[in-house]
Unconditional design. Sequence first.
Lengths: 113, 110
Amino acid sequence: SQTIHQWPATLVQPVGSPLSLECTVEGTSNPNLYWYRQAAGRGLQLLFYSVGIGQISSEVPQNLSASRPQDRQFILSSKKLLLSDSGFYLCAWSFRFYTGELFFGEGSRLTVL
Amino acid sequence: KNEVEQSPQNLTAQEGEFITINCSYSVGISALHWLQQHPGGGIVSLFMLSSGKKKHGRLIATINIQEKHSSLHITASHPRDSAVYICAVSTQGGSEKLVFGKGTKLTVNP
C-alpha cells in the first residue's frame, strides 16, 4: 500500500532563517506531488505541484521554492523566512493529476517569529 | 464570490443526530472531493465523486451536477466525527486545478 510521510511535524523558526520541509511517498511510482499551505481561518492554497522528477510548477509567487530530486521525494524550501510564511503546510500526492483522489501527509506546522 | 462555497461554516450537534454539510460550486468540474481534517491537522480523503451518490459506513456523499451542489451526510453522529470537512472540486477546462472550500467545522457533543 502507498504511504506518505512529511517532516518535521512542528517547527519554530526566526525571521530570515532558512526552511526545508521534506515529503516522501512510498509504494507507488511517478506520483503527482503537491505542496499546500493552510493559513489560519483560510482554505487550502496550492503552492507547488510536480508531475515528474525535476518538474516544478508554482501557483503563487512567494519566497518559497520546491524541488523534486527523486521520483518520490518533494522538498519545500526557503532561503529567508518571512512572518507571513507561518502556517500549516501539507504535502499530498495523487495518481492522476488534479482529478485523482488526494492522499495527504501529516502536515508541518511552521511558526515564524 | 468563491468558486466553492460551503455551508454552514460551523455546526454543533448532539451525538446521534443526522448531519448535513453542503457544498455549492460555480465552475465546471470533473470531480468533487470531500476531505476530513482532524483536530491535529491531518487530512483524509473521504469521497471523490462525479455523479450520483457514494456511501462509506455512516457517511454518504451526493452530487447534483445540474444544480452544482453536493452534500455530505453523517448518520448517527459520534463525537469522533468532530473535524473540519472540506469540499474541493477538480475543475474542467484549459487550466485544470483543485479549488477548495473553506471548510465546515463540525463539533459533536456526547
